[in-house]
Design a binder for this molecule. Structure first.
Ligand code: C2E
Ligand code: MG
Ligand code: MG
Ligand code: MG
Length: 282
């Protein structure tokens, strides 16, 4: 037996498809409850100035901590949250956690630290996004330049007038924009100029490939020079070894993030790290 497809062909029953559908549905329901119960937590990964090894900021990354203590990583729930709309309340919760962390850092004497927050295209596409973002940072008494909104290159380069308008308004309001996973998409140089992003984040695949086969050195070097010439900060993602860090320093890449410096960690641990290490105070 089988179902009739839209063009009349028989669709064979596939137990794997049913299994997958069931799994996604169950996960979707669990995620709904997790957002409702605020079980999505955040961790902080330090960002380092390679010229003096000081911490300049952190990226805030979502983690789903289940009641049994197990952790689910963003790759397994962000796409689902984007598909079912939960990314909207979830994104707001994460933003509030970022703001609350910024306030705590102010009070602890680290007012110069900035936080990178990943923004989904679904959030960017909502007409309420800008107003809600501004209302939130005001509620926490923060200025917009404390947040760097990370948009992936693929999303930033899309021919979408609405997204362009939103990004340019956000920039004028004083938010910093970072282009995430840079190098994996198809950037137009004209578009890149018009975006006026503060930071280019070099995708970690190129950093992992340094010293190996392929043109990774060439690509990374080109991105560093591009940032230099276009007045953008360039941050290398996924730095895991001393050799990678030294190579980046020798090419005048000024910022880095990766397991070499720290894994994403709970806020208290990040704060302790700030207290114990050289930090940019401006
Ligand atoms: P991303 O924004 O490019 O974040 C960097 C990812 O690289 C993080 O994975 C981080 O843990 C990982 N990473 C950092 N340093 C190293 C390293 O040295 N080596 C390796 N192998 N990996 C490293 P994570 O936390 O699993 O997040 C994955 C992606 O999920 C993020 O990529 C981002 O696109 C998305 N994401 C995470 N949190 C959020 C969020 O709050 N909202 C939205 N919309 N997306 C998020
Ligand atoms: Mg990011
Ligand atoms: Mg990235
Ligand atoms: Mg990524």
């Amino acid at each position: 037996a089988g179902l009739k497809g839209t063009s009349g062909q028989l669709i064979e029953y596939d137990p794997n498809v049913e299994e997958e559908t069931r799994r996604r549905f169950a996960l979707s329901q669990q995620l709904y409850k997790a957002v409702l119960n605020r079980e999505i937590t955040v961790v902080f990964q330090p960002q380092i100035d390679l010229t003096d090894n000081r911490i300049v900021g952190a990226e805030i990354l979502a983690r789903w901590t289940r009641p049994d203590g197990s952790t689910i990583f963003p790759a397994d729930f962000i796409p689902l949250a984007e598909a079912n709309g939960l990314i909207v309340p979830l994104g707001q919760q994460i933003l509030e956690q970022a703001c609350s962390a910024l306030r705590s850092m102010d009070e602890a004497g680290f007012p110069g630290i900035t936080l990178g927050v990943n923004v989904s295209p679904v959030q960017l596409g909502r007409k309420e996004f800008i107003d809600e973002l501004i209302a939130t940072i005001r509620r926490y008494g923060l200025s917009p330049d404390r947040l760097e909104l990370e948009i992936t290159e693929t999303v930033a380069m899309e021919e979408q007038q609405h997204a362009d308008d939103v990004l340019s308004i956000l920039r004028r309001k004083g938010f910093a924009i970072a282009i995430d996973d840079f190098g994996t998409g198809y950037s137009s140089l004209a578009k890149l100029r018009s975006l006026e992003a503060a930071t280019l984040k070099i995708d970690q695949s190129f950093i992992a490939g340094l010293g190996g086969a392929g043109q990774n050195e060439t690509i990374v070097e080109m991105i560093i020079r591009l940032g230099e010439r276009m007045n953008m900060r360039v941050l290398a993602e996924g730095v895991e070894t001393e050799q990678q860090a030294e190579w980046l320093q020798s090419r005048r890449c000024t910022l880095a993030q990766g397991f070499l410096y720290a894994r994403p960690e709970p806020f208290e641990q990040f704060l302790a790290r700030l207290r114990n290490s050289p930090v940019k105070t401006v």
